[in-house]
Ligand binder design. Structure first.
Ligand SMILES: CSC[C@H]1O[C@@H](n2cnc3c(O)ncnc32)[C@H](O)[C@@H]1O
Ligand SMILES: [Zn+2]
Length: 422
């Protein structure tokens, strides 16, 4: 693999319009060019967060230290039924974007309700977004019947299909909340447009037990049996895969969105990503929502993704820093079907990159860039960020979102919701 795919060292990147035109050692002389001096910096592709529910910033810390099914059924679903409105989704999405941009994410994959709002906000913020309206077999804040939900899914796809920054998908919540018919309808839309399907799979042992009791197959086998697994599928979590499931993912090119922190916090378990990678599965990294994480920080998530397998496998070579960084960038882009556009610094790709201040007390000395980023960096080291050739953060200032107004609006939203709940 070309060295320049991951980090750029002592070199120059020529960007023309929204694309990387050239990458070269040393300085590129261009009389009319605008120069950005990256002395003391590491330039790398932006992080690709492959599993989020961005408006869940409104529920950060709302119900902590609970197992997934209690957390979801007794706390999160009821809170969402009250709080998920178009206005609240707008505010919560802006807050999420500030946090994501400040921690180096240039592309994210979202599953929620009112994704039309999230798409429009992403366009304004300038962040690359892979977005899908979500199907689930009960009335939701954005639709009441399944037919309405399906219509919303397809109309979002039609609205953004072919866009250079916003890439549509369809989301089905999970095999335990969607019937076979719902899952098939979701898949039919993705097949019609050749776009990804985003779904939670095998997150907990309970899910595996329940799905197996109902269908006679593991969640992965069941999804395969109804034609759902292929290279256009992003299977979030996938903690509880048996050896046959792993082989099935590899054979069908199903991608995993590994969410180490959310899985730890909800005590769902630890995915054996070392085994998945060795079997040839495309493993990427996601944060999940801030009600289970409770951050959207891909620097932190990547560190967890590199450290956990070492502890569970008693093997310091399991998931190296370099592998973890690939999972967080190019594997993510490939999982989302945008690997031809983003996820690495290569001539012809879109200029989606971040600038890390490596000449910092918490990072020097930098013997190895991958190690410095994965094991030493924190989000504050990320100084600037560019998506599609445009700066979206410069010197830690997020350019297209009003931070003060957003924070104020979030506080107001929470106060109002508390009043209504009293
Ligand atoms: C159908 S929109 C997304 C839906 O998913 C819920 N959710 C958030 N995190 C998780 C998770 O880890 N497992 C399962 N479901 C999750 C979220 O609250 C929305 O209702
Ligand atoms: Zn999730």
């Amino acid at each position: 693999m070309n060295e320049n795919m991951e980090v750029i060292k002592n070199g120059s990147i020529l960007i023309e319009k929204n694309c990387i035109k050239e990458i070269r050692d040393g300085r590129i002389e261009m009389p009319d060019a605008e120069y950005f001096d990256a002395e003391g910096m590491i330039v790398m592709p932006g992080f690709v967060n492959t599993h989020t529910h961005v408006p869940m910033t409104m529920l950060r810390g709302y119900a902590d230290d609970l197992p997934l099914h209690t957390w979801l059924n007794d706390h999160i679903f009821p809170a969402e039924a009250r709080m998920v409105t178009p206005e609240n989704v707008t505010v919560a999405t802006r807050l999420a974007f500030i946090e994501m941009i400040k921690s180096g994410t240039t592309c994210f994959n979202d599953m929620y309700f009112f994704e039309d709002i999230i798409a429009a906000e992403a366009k304004k913020a300038g962040i690359r977004a892979v977005i899908g309206e979500s199907l689930i077999d009960f009335p939701t804040p954005s639709f009441h019947t399944l037919d309405e939900g399906i219509a919303r899914c397809e109309s979002l796809v039609q609205q953004w299909y072919g866009n250079d920054l916003i890439h549509p998908t369809v989301c089905a919540h999970s095999p335990y909340t969607c019937s076979k018919q719902t899952l098939r309808k979701a898949k039919d839309i993705t097949e019609k447009y050749n776009i990804p399907l985003h779904i939670h799979v095998a997150e907990t042992r309970k899910e595996v037990e329940d799905v197996t009791a109902q269908t006679g197959a593991s969640p992965a086998e069941y999804l395969y049996s109804i034609g759902l697994l292929d290279r256009n599928v992003i299977a979030a979590h996938s903690v509880w895969l048996n050896p046959k499931d792993i082989e099935l993912y590899a054979r069908t090119h199903t991608s995993v969105a590994h969410c180490p922190k959310s899985n730890l916090k909800l005590a769902s378990g630890i995915a054996d990503t070392d085994a998945y990678l060795k079997a040839g599965v495309n493993v990427s990294i996601g944060t999940d929502g801030t009600a289970s994480n409770n951050t959207l920080d891909m620097v932190e998530e990547t560190r967890f993704a590199a450290l956990l397998p070492k502890g569970t496998r008693y093997n310091p070579e399991a998931v190296s820093a370099r592998t973890a960084l690939r999972m967080a960038t190019i594997n993510g882009a490939r999982a989302l079907g945008v690997g031809h556009l983003t996820g690495s610094l290569e001539t012809g790709k879109r200029a989606d990159l971040i600038v890390i201040h490596a000449d910092a007390s918490n990072m020097i000395p930098v013997y190895d860039e991958y190690s410095a980023i994965v094991y030493a960096a924190n989000s504050k080291n990320i100084r600037s960020s560019m998506v599609n050739g445009k700066w979206i953060m410069q010197n830690r200032e997020v350019l297209n979102i009003d931070k003060e107004a957003t924070m104020h609006a979030m506080q107001h939203l929470v106060n109002e919701s508390r009043k209504c709940n009293q």
